[in-house]
Design a binder for this molecule. Structure first.
Ligand code: C2G
Length: 448
Protein backbone atom coordinates (compact mmCIF):
# COMPACT_ATOMS: atom_id res chain seq x y z
CA UNK A 1 0.00 0.00 0.00
CA UNK A 2 1.50 3.35 -1.10
CA UNK A 3 0.90 6.15 1.42
CA UNK A 4 0.87 9.75 0.14
CA UNK A 5 0.82 13.02 2.06
CA UNK A 6 0.14 16.59 0.95
CA UNK A 7 -0.35 19.90 2.78
CA UNK A 8 -2.05 23.20 2.16
CA UNK A 9 -4.29 25.96 3.46
CA UNK A 10 -7.11 25.11 1.02
CA UNK A 11 -8.77 28.46 1.60
CA UNK A 12 -11.72 29.36 -0.69
CA UNK A 13 -11.26 25.90 -2.17
CA UNK A 14 -10.87 26.18 -5.94
CA UNK A 15 -10.10 23.99 -8.92
CA UNK A 16 -6.32 24.33 -8.39
CA UNK A 17 -6.72 22.68 -4.97
CA UNK A 18 -9.21 20.14 -6.30
CA UNK A 19 -6.97 19.02 -9.14
CA UNK A 20 -3.97 18.84 -6.80
CA UNK A 21 -5.84 16.53 -4.41
CA UNK A 22 -7.20 14.42 -7.26
CA UNK A 23 -3.70 13.77 -8.64
CA UNK A 24 -2.19 13.32 -5.17
CA UNK A 25 -4.70 10.55 -4.52
CA UNK A 26 -3.80 8.86 -7.81
CA UNK A 27 -0.11 8.73 -6.81
CA UNK A 28 -0.87 5.97 -4.30
CA UNK A 29 -3.50 4.06 -2.32
CA UNK A 30 -3.96 6.15 0.81
CA UNK A 31 -3.94 9.98 0.93
CA UNK A 32 -3.34 12.06 4.05
CA UNK A 33 -4.04 15.79 3.74
CA UNK A 34 -2.49 18.22 6.21
CA UNK A 35 -4.57 21.38 6.51
CA UNK A 36 -2.69 24.36 7.99
CA UNK A 37 -3.88 25.79 11.30
CA UNK A 38 -4.56 29.53 11.62
CA UNK A 39 -1.53 29.94 13.92
CA UNK A 40 0.77 28.14 11.50
CA UNK A 41 -0.38 30.30 8.60
CA UNK A 42 0.39 33.35 10.71
CA UNK A 43 3.85 32.02 11.54
CA UNK A 44 4.71 31.37 7.90
CA UNK A 45 3.23 34.71 6.84
CA UNK A 46 0.27 33.62 4.75
CA UNK A 47 -2.12 36.57 4.58
CA UNK A 48 -5.85 37.01 3.95
CA UNK A 49 -6.99 33.50 4.82
CA UNK A 50 -10.78 33.80 4.84
CA UNK A 51 -12.19 30.38 5.79
CA UNK A 52 -11.88 28.96 9.30
CA UNK A 53 -9.88 25.79 9.85
CA UNK A 54 -13.15 23.85 10.27
CA UNK A 55 -14.51 25.10 6.94
CA UNK A 56 -11.25 24.33 5.15
CA UNK A 57 -11.18 20.79 6.58
CA UNK A 58 -14.84 20.34 5.62
CA UNK A 59 -14.12 21.49 2.04
CA UNK A 60 -11.18 19.10 1.69
CA UNK A 61 -13.34 16.28 3.06
CA UNK A 62 -16.05 17.07 0.50
CA UNK A 63 -13.68 16.54 -2.44
CA UNK A 64 -13.71 12.85 -1.49
CA UNK A 65 -9.99 12.37 -2.16
CA UNK A 66 -8.63 12.43 1.41
CA UNK A 67 -8.54 9.15 3.35
CA UNK A 68 -7.38 11.03 6.43
CA UNK A 69 -7.13 14.72 7.33
CA UNK A 70 -4.65 16.08 9.86
CA UNK A 71 -3.82 19.62 10.98
CA UNK A 72 -0.42 21.16 10.17
CA UNK A 73 0.55 23.25 13.16
CA UNK A 74 4.27 23.92 13.07
CA UNK A 75 7.25 24.34 10.72
CA UNK A 76 9.02 21.04 11.54
CA UNK A 77 5.91 18.92 11.32
CA UNK A 78 6.23 17.58 7.74
CA UNK A 79 9.38 15.73 8.64
CA UNK A 80 7.77 14.20 11.76
CA UNK A 81 4.55 13.26 9.92
CA UNK A 82 6.48 11.38 7.25
CA UNK A 83 7.95 9.13 9.95
CA UNK A 84 4.81 8.95 12.09
CA UNK A 85 2.46 7.99 9.21
CA UNK A 86 4.98 5.84 7.37
CA UNK A 87 4.74 7.96 4.21
CA UNK A 88 6.07 6.83 0.80
CA UNK A 89 5.36 9.98 -1.22
CA UNK A 90 5.24 13.65 -0.24
CA UNK A 91 3.57 15.80 -2.87
CA UNK A 92 2.75 19.48 -3.35
CA UNK A 93 2.13 21.88 -6.27
CA UNK A 94 4.97 23.04 -8.50
CA UNK A 95 4.76 26.57 -7.07
CA UNK A 96 6.89 25.02 -4.32
CA UNK A 97 9.31 23.27 -6.73
CA UNK A 98 12.64 22.57 -5.05
CA UNK A 99 11.57 23.86 -1.65
CA UNK A 100 10.83 20.46 -0.14
CA UNK A 101 13.82 18.60 -1.60
CA UNK A 102 15.15 18.24 1.96
CA UNK A 103 12.47 15.58 2.51
CA UNK A 104 13.98 13.38 -0.23
CA UNK A 105 16.07 11.50 2.33
CA UNK A 106 12.88 10.26 3.97
CA UNK A 107 10.44 9.62 1.11
CA UNK A 108 9.82 10.33 -2.56
CA UNK A 109 9.05 14.02 -3.28
CA UNK A 110 6.73 14.78 -6.21
CA UNK A 111 5.91 18.30 -7.42
CA UNK A 112 2.65 18.20 -9.36
CA UNK A 113 2.10 20.90 -11.99
CA UNK A 114 0.15 23.77 -10.46
CA UNK A 115 -3.11 24.61 -12.18
CA UNK A 116 -2.47 27.64 -14.35
CA UNK A 117 -6.03 28.63 -15.13
CA UNK A 118 -8.59 29.29 -12.45
CA UNK A 119 -11.92 30.15 -14.04
CA UNK A 120 -13.45 33.33 -12.70
CA UNK A 121 -16.87 31.85 -12.01
CA UNK A 122 -15.68 28.87 -10.02
CA UNK A 123 -16.67 28.43 -6.39
CA UNK A 124 -17.61 31.93 -5.36
CA UNK A 125 -17.87 32.48 -1.63
CA UNK A 126 -20.13 35.18 -0.19
CA UNK A 127 -19.61 37.39 -3.23
CA UNK A 128 -15.86 36.80 -3.09
CA UNK A 129 -13.98 34.88 -5.70
CA UNK A 130 -10.41 34.07 -6.52
CA UNK A 131 -8.85 37.14 -8.15
CA UNK A 132 -6.70 36.17 -11.10
CA UNK A 133 -3.52 38.21 -11.51
CA UNK A 134 -1.90 38.89 -14.87
CA UNK A 135 1.61 40.34 -14.89
CA UNK A 136 3.08 42.77 -17.41
CA UNK A 137 6.88 42.65 -17.34
CA UNK A 138 9.37 39.99 -16.39
CA UNK A 139 12.13 41.86 -14.53
CA UNK A 140 13.57 41.46 -11.01
CA UNK A 141 10.53 42.82 -9.20
CA UNK A 142 8.11 40.59 -11.15
CA UNK A 143 10.23 37.60 -10.09
CA UNK A 144 9.87 38.64 -6.46
CA UNK A 145 6.17 39.23 -6.87
CA UNK A 146 5.12 35.68 -7.84
CA UNK A 147 6.21 33.86 -4.66
CA UNK A 148 4.82 36.71 -2.55
CA UNK A 149 1.43 36.48 -4.29
CA UNK A 150 1.43 32.74 -3.53
CA UNK A 151 1.31 33.69 0.16
CA UNK A 152 -1.83 35.79 -0.19
CA UNK A 153 -4.95 33.70 -0.06
CA UNK A 154 -7.63 34.53 -2.63
CA UNK A 155 -5.37 35.39 -5.56
CA UNK A 156 -3.98 33.20 -8.30
CA UNK A 157 -1.15 34.24 -10.62
CA UNK A 158 -2.52 33.37 -13.99
CA UNK A 159 0.04 34.47 -16.55
CA UNK A 160 2.51 36.97 -17.87
CA UNK A 161 2.91 39.27 -20.86
CA UNK A 162 6.07 40.77 -22.26
CA UNK A 163 6.30 42.10 -25.84
CA UNK A 164 9.37 39.86 -26.13
CA UNK A 165 7.65 36.50 -26.13
CA UNK A 166 10.86 34.64 -25.33
CA UNK A 167 11.26 36.52 -22.03
CA UNK A 168 7.60 35.90 -21.18
CA UNK A 169 8.01 32.17 -21.92
CA UNK A 170 11.12 31.84 -19.75
CA UNK A 171 9.38 33.62 -16.87
CA UNK A 172 6.21 31.56 -17.31
CA UNK A 173 8.14 28.28 -17.33
CA UNK A 174 10.02 29.27 -14.21
CA UNK A 175 6.82 29.99 -12.26
CA UNK A 176 4.40 27.50 -13.83
CA UNK A 177 2.12 30.17 -15.28
CA UNK A 178 0.88 31.03 -18.80
CA UNK A 179 2.85 33.19 -21.24
CA UNK A 180 0.61 35.36 -23.42
CA UNK A 181 1.74 36.48 -26.85
CA UNK A 182 -1.16 38.87 -27.17
CA UNK A 183 -1.95 41.33 -24.41
CA UNK A 184 -5.70 40.92 -25.03
CA UNK A 185 -5.34 37.29 -23.93
CA UNK A 186 -3.74 38.47 -20.68
CA UNK A 187 -6.63 40.87 -20.04
CA UNK A 188 -9.20 38.15 -20.79
CA UNK A 189 -7.55 35.78 -18.33
CA UNK A 190 -7.13 38.28 -15.45
CA UNK A 191 -9.09 40.31 -12.89
CA UNK A 192 -6.06 42.26 -11.64
CA UNK A 193 -3.15 43.51 -13.74
CA UNK A 194 0.22 43.94 -12.05
CA UNK A 195 2.29 46.40 -14.08
CA UNK A 196 6.02 45.80 -13.59
CA UNK A 197 7.32 47.13 -16.89
CA UNK A 198 9.78 50.06 -17.38
CA UNK A 199 8.57 53.35 -15.80
CA UNK A 200 7.73 55.17 -19.01
CA UNK A 201 5.39 52.38 -20.20
CA UNK A 202 3.21 52.40 -17.06
CA UNK A 203 0.68 55.00 -18.17
CA UNK A 204 -0.38 53.25 -21.39
CA UNK A 205 -0.58 49.81 -19.78
CA UNK A 206 -2.60 51.08 -16.80
CA UNK A 207 -5.00 52.98 -19.07
CA UNK A 208 -5.49 49.93 -21.27
CA UNK A 209 -6.01 47.62 -18.30
CA UNK A 210 -8.59 49.96 -16.71
CA UNK A 211 -10.37 50.29 -20.04
CA UNK A 212 -10.58 46.50 -20.10
CA UNK A 213 -12.28 46.63 -16.68
CA UNK A 214 -9.29 45.31 -14.68
CA UNK A 215 -8.06 46.42 -11.27
CA UNK A 216 -4.44 47.56 -11.37
CA UNK A 217 -1.43 47.36 -9.10
CA UNK A 218 1.49 49.28 -10.63
CA UNK A 219 5.09 49.37 -9.50
CA UNK A 220 6.51 52.69 -8.37
CA UNK A 221 6.87 55.27 -9.79
CA UNK A 222 3.38 54.73 -11.16
CA UNK A 223 3.51 57.94 -13.20
CA UNK A 224 6.18 60.45 -14.14
CA UNK A 225 3.64 63.17 -14.73
CA UNK A 226 0.95 64.64 -12.48
CA UNK A 227 -1.86 65.02 -14.99
CA UNK A 228 -1.41 61.43 -16.21
CA UNK A 229 -1.68 60.21 -12.63
CA UNK A 230 -4.87 62.25 -12.11
CA UNK A 231 -6.36 60.94 -15.35
CA UNK A 232 -5.73 57.33 -14.36
CA UNK A 233 -7.27 57.70 -10.90
CA UNK A 234 -10.28 59.41 -12.47
CA UNK A 235 -10.67 56.62 -15.01
CA UNK A 236 -10.47 54.01 -12.23
CA UNK A 237 -13.11 55.91 -10.23
CA UNK A 238 -15.47 56.13 -13.20
CA UNK A 239 -15.11 52.42 -13.85
CA UNK A 240 -15.43 51.44 -10.19
CA UNK A 241 -11.98 49.81 -10.25
CA UNK A 242 -9.14 49.81 -7.74
CA UNK A 243 -5.83 51.38 -8.75
CA UNK A 244 -2.88 50.96 -6.36
CA UNK A 245 0.67 52.22 -6.60
CA UNK A 246 3.02 49.49 -5.37
CA UNK A 247 5.38 51.13 -2.89
CA UNK A 248 5.82 48.17 -0.55
CA UNK A 249 6.92 50.28 2.44
CA UNK A 250 3.58 52.10 2.52
CA UNK A 251 1.69 48.89 3.25
CA UNK A 252 4.05 47.15 5.67
CA UNK A 253 2.99 46.96 9.36
CA UNK A 254 6.27 48.38 10.73
CA UNK A 255 6.01 51.54 8.65
CA UNK A 256 2.35 52.04 9.66
CA UNK A 257 3.40 51.71 13.31
CA UNK A 258 6.25 54.19 12.76
CA UNK A 259 3.88 56.77 11.25
CA UNK A 260 1.45 56.29 14.13
CA UNK A 261 4.19 57.00 16.66
CA UNK A 262 5.77 59.87 14.71
CA UNK A 263 2.48 61.63 14.04
CA UNK A 264 1.06 60.83 17.49
CA UNK A 265 3.24 63.48 19.16
CA UNK A 266 5.81 61.23 20.82
CA UNK A 267 8.70 63.39 19.51
CA UNK A 268 6.73 66.64 19.66
CA UNK A 269 6.12 68.65 16.51
CA UNK A 270 8.04 67.24 13.58
CA UNK A 271 10.43 69.72 11.98
CA UNK A 272 12.65 67.57 9.74
CA UNK A 273 12.47 64.31 7.77
CA UNK A 274 15.59 62.95 6.13
CA UNK A 275 15.24 59.75 4.07
CA UNK A 276 18.12 58.10 2.25
CA UNK A 277 18.12 55.04 -0.03
CA UNK A 278 21.19 54.13 -2.08
CA UNK A 279 22.19 51.03 -4.06
CA UNK A 280 25.32 50.22 -6.00
CA UNK A 281 24.14 48.75 -9.29
CA UNK A 282 26.07 47.46 -12.29
CA UNK A 283 26.02 49.79 -15.32
CA UNK A 284 24.18 47.09 -17.31
CA UNK A 285 21.04 47.36 -15.13
CA UNK A 286 17.86 48.83 -16.63
CA UNK A 287 17.82 51.82 -14.27
CA UNK A 288 21.32 52.84 -15.31
CA UNK A 289 20.83 52.26 -19.03
CA UNK A 290 17.69 54.30 -19.66
CA UNK A 291 19.13 57.76 -20.38
CA UNK A 292 15.77 59.54 -20.42
CA UNK A 293 13.89 57.99 -17.50
CA UNK A 294 16.53 56.02 -15.60
CA UNK A 295 18.68 57.11 -12.68
CA UNK A 296 18.52 57.19 -8.92
CA UNK A 297 15.62 59.57 -8.33
CA UNK A 298 13.08 57.92 -10.62
CA UNK A 299 14.17 54.52 -9.30
CA UNK A 300 14.28 55.19 -5.55
CA UNK A 301 12.67 58.60 -5.04
CA UNK A 302 9.21 57.13 -4.34
CA UNK A 303 10.54 55.37 -1.22
CA UNK A 304 12.22 58.51 0.14
CA UNK A 305 9.28 60.78 -0.64
CA UNK A 306 6.86 58.43 1.10
CA UNK A 307 7.66 59.29 4.76
CA UNK A 308 7.99 62.97 3.80
CA UNK A 309 4.54 63.17 2.21
CA UNK A 310 2.94 61.00 4.90
CA UNK A 311 4.29 63.25 7.67
CA UNK A 312 4.21 66.74 6.14
CA UNK A 313 1.51 66.31 3.51
CA UNK A 314 1.26 67.41 -0.10
CA UNK A 315 1.50 71.20 0.23
CA UNK A 316 5.22 71.87 0.21
CA UNK A 317 6.21 75.48 -0.47
CA UNK A 318 9.32 74.73 -2.45
CA UNK A 319 11.27 71.80 -3.91
CA UNK A 320 14.83 71.90 -5.20
CA UNK A 321 17.04 69.13 -6.64
CA UNK A 322 20.80 68.70 -6.72
CA UNK A 323 22.10 65.90 -8.95
CA UNK A 324 25.39 64.25 -9.84
CA UNK A 325 25.43 62.50 -13.21
CA UNK A 326 27.74 59.92 -14.73
CA UNK A 327 29.55 60.40 -18.04
CA UNK A 328 26.45 59.29 -19.98
CA UNK A 329 24.25 61.83 -18.26
CA UNK A 330 22.47 59.38 -15.93
CA UNK A 331 21.57 60.63 -12.46
CA UNK A 332 23.62 58.55 -10.01
CA UNK A 333 23.00 60.68 -6.91
CA UNK A 334 20.22 63.11 -6.17
CA UNK A 335 19.15 65.18 -3.21
CA UNK A 336 15.66 66.65 -3.22
CA UNK A 337 15.09 69.44 -0.69
CA UNK A 338 11.50 70.20 0.29
CA UNK A 339 10.38 73.17 2.39
CA UNK A 340 7.08 73.16 4.26
CA UNK A 341 5.63 76.01 6.36
CA UNK A 342 6.89 74.36 9.56
CA UNK A 343 9.37 71.76 8.43
CA UNK A 344 12.20 70.76 6.14
CA UNK A 345 12.75 67.46 4.35
CA UNK A 346 15.44 65.80 2.27
CA UNK A 347 15.15 62.78 0.00
CA UNK A 348 18.55 61.31 -0.88
CA UNK A 349 18.83 58.69 -3.63
CA UNK A 350 21.91 56.99 -5.04
CA UNK A 351 22.57 54.31 -7.64
CA UNK A 352 26.27 54.97 -8.06
CA UNK A 353 27.04 56.49 -4.65
CA UNK A 354 26.70 54.51 -1.43
CA UNK A 355 25.58 56.18 1.76
CA UNK A 356 24.01 55.19 5.06
CA UNK A 357 20.40 54.36 4.15
CA UNK A 358 18.63 55.86 7.11
CA UNK A 359 15.34 57.49 7.92
CA UNK A 360 15.63 60.24 10.53
CA UNK A 361 12.59 62.12 11.81
CA UNK A 362 13.38 65.07 14.09
CA UNK A 363 10.92 66.79 16.37
CA UNK A 364 10.71 69.36 19.15
CA UNK A 365 10.89 66.65 21.86
CA UNK A 366 13.14 64.03 20.29
CA UNK A 367 13.87 62.05 17.14
CA UNK A 368 13.06 58.70 15.55
CA UNK A 369 15.76 56.80 13.74
CA UNK A 370 15.26 53.82 11.44
CA UNK A 371 18.42 52.23 10.11
CA UNK A 372 18.69 50.61 6.67
CA UNK A 373 16.73 48.95 5.31
CA UNK A 374 14.14 51.36 6.73
CA UNK A 375 12.05 50.75 3.58
CA UNK A 376 11.46 47.25 5.03
CA UNK A 377 10.63 48.73 8.44
CA UNK A 378 10.98 46.17 11.20
CA UNK A 379 12.75 48.10 13.96
CA UNK A 380 13.09 51.72 15.04
CA UNK A 381 14.13 53.79 18.04
CA UNK A 382 12.74 56.91 19.67
CA UNK A 383 15.43 59.11 21.27
CA UNK A 384 15.12 62.16 23.48
CA UNK A 385 17.50 64.74 24.96
CA UNK A 386 18.73 62.31 27.61
CA UNK A 387 20.84 59.74 25.66
CA UNK A 388 19.68 56.94 27.99
CA UNK A 389 16.05 57.63 27.24
CA UNK A 390 15.56 55.33 24.25
CA UNK A 391 12.38 53.47 23.34
CA UNK A 392 12.63 50.56 20.94
CA UNK A 393 9.86 49.28 18.66
CA UNK A 394 9.79 46.27 16.39
CA UNK A 395 7.34 44.69 14.00
CA UNK A 396 7.49 41.74 11.61
CA UNK A 397 8.41 42.30 7.98
CA UNK A 398 7.73 39.12 6.05
CA UNK A 399 9.68 37.95 3.01
CA UNK A 400 10.08 40.60 0.33
CA UNK A 401 7.13 42.50 1.79
CA UNK A 402 5.11 42.60 -1.42
CA UNK A 403 2.41 40.41 0.12
CA UNK A 404 1.16 43.39 2.19
CA UNK A 405 0.24 45.50 -0.81
CA UNK A 406 -1.30 42.50 -2.58
CA UNK A 407 -3.31 41.69 0.54
CA UNK A 408 -4.55 45.31 0.89
CA UNK A 409 -5.40 45.48 -2.80
CA UNK A 410 -7.47 42.34 -2.43
CA UNK A 411 -9.33 43.60 0.66
CA UNK A 412 -10.04 46.90 -1.11
CA UNK A 413 -11.39 45.06 -4.15
CA UNK A 414 -13.56 43.05 -1.78
CA UNK A 415 -15.04 46.27 -0.39
CA UNK A 416 -12.89 47.08 2.65
CA UNK A 417 -12.29 50.85 2.60
CA UNK A 418 -10.21 50.93 5.79
CA UNK A 419 -6.88 50.39 4.00
CA UNK A 420 -7.19 53.56 1.88
CA UNK A 421 -5.07 55.75 4.16
CA UNK A 422 -1.82 53.86 3.59
CA UNK A 423 -1.07 55.30 0.17
CA UNK A 424 -3.75 57.69 -0.99
CA UNK A 425 -4.55 58.92 -4.44
CA UNK A 426 -3.24 62.33 -3.26
CA UNK A 427 0.09 60.77 -2.21
CA UNK A 428 0.53 59.15 -5.62
CA UNK A 429 -0.51 62.24 -7.57
CA UNK A 430 1.90 64.44 -5.55
CA UNK A 431 4.75 61.98 -6.14
CA UNK A 432 4.01 61.96 -9.88
CA UNK A 433 4.14 65.78 -9.81
CA UNK A 434 7.54 65.69 -8.08
CA UNK A 435 8.88 63.19 -10.64
CA UNK A 436 7.62 65.47 -13.42
CA UNK A 437 9.26 68.49 -11.83
CA UNK A 438 12.55 66.59 -11.44
CA UNK A 439 12.62 65.33 -15.05
CA UNK A 440 11.69 68.79 -16.31
CA UNK A 441 14.58 70.40 -14.41
CA UNK A 442 16.99 67.73 -15.65
CA UNK A 443 16.02 68.35 -19.26
CA UNK A 444 16.20 72.11 -18.82
CA UNK A 445 19.68 71.88 -17.38
CA UNK A 446 20.74 69.69 -20.30
CA UNK A 447 19.44 72.22 -22.81
CA UNK A 448 21.21 75.16 -21.13
N1 C2G B 1 -2.20 24.65 -6.02
C1 C2G B 1 -2.21 24.28 -7.36
N2 C2G B 1 -2.64 25.18 -8.29
C2 C2G B 1 -3.04 26.42 -7.94
C3 C2G B 1 -3.03 26.80 -6.60
C4 C2G B 1 -2.60 25.89 -5.65
O1 C2G B 1 -1.83 23.16 -7.72
N3 C2G B 1 -3.43 27.26 -8.90
C5 C2G B 1 -1.70 23.68 -5.00
C6 C2G B 1 -0.53 24.19 -4.15
O2 C2G B 1 0.70 24.05 -4.85
C7 C2G B 1 -0.61 23.29 -2.94
C8 C2G B 1 -2.12 23.07 -2.80
O3 C2G B 1 -2.72 23.43 -4.05
O4 C2G B 1 0.01 22.05 -3.21
C9 C2G B 1 -2.69 23.90 -1.67
O5 C2G B 1 -2.44 25.27 -1.93
P1 C2G B 1 -2.60 26.36 -0.78
O6 C2G B 1 -3.88 26.16 -0.11
O7 C2G B 1 -2.30 27.69 -1.40
O8 C2G B 1 -1.49 25.96 0.28
P2 C2G B 1 0.04 26.36 0.26
O9 C2G B 1 0.24 27.73 0.80
O10 C2G B 1 0.58 26.10 -1.10
O11 C2G B 1 0.67 25.35 1.33
O12 C2G B 1 2.58 23.54 4.48
C10 C2G B 1 1.71 24.02 3.50
C11 C2G B 1 2.23 23.66 2.16
O13 C2G B 1 3.54 24.10 2.10
C12 C2G B 1 1.44 24.24 0.97
Amino acid sequence: MIRVITYGTFDLLHEGHYRLLERAKRLGDYLIVGVTSEEYDQTRGKLNVVDSLMTRIENVKRTGFADEIIVEESPGQKFQDIKKYNIDIFTVGSDWAGQFDYLKDYCKVVYLDRTKNISSTMLRMKGMSIQRIGIIGTGRIANRFVPEAALVSGVNTQGVYNPHLESAQLFADKWGINAYENIEELYNASDIIYVASPHETHYEYIKQALEHGKHVLCEKPMCLNKSESEKLFELARQKGLVLFEGIKTAYCPGFIKLLGIACGGMIGAIRDVEACFTKLEGADKRELKNIKYGGSFTELGSYCLLPILKIFGHDYEDIRFETIKDSRGIDIYTKAYLRYPNGLATAICGLGVKSEGRLLISGTKGYIVVEAPWWKTNYFEVHRENPDDVERFSERFLGEGLRYEISDLLSTINGDKKKDFKLTRGDSVTMAGIMENFLHQQNRKEQE
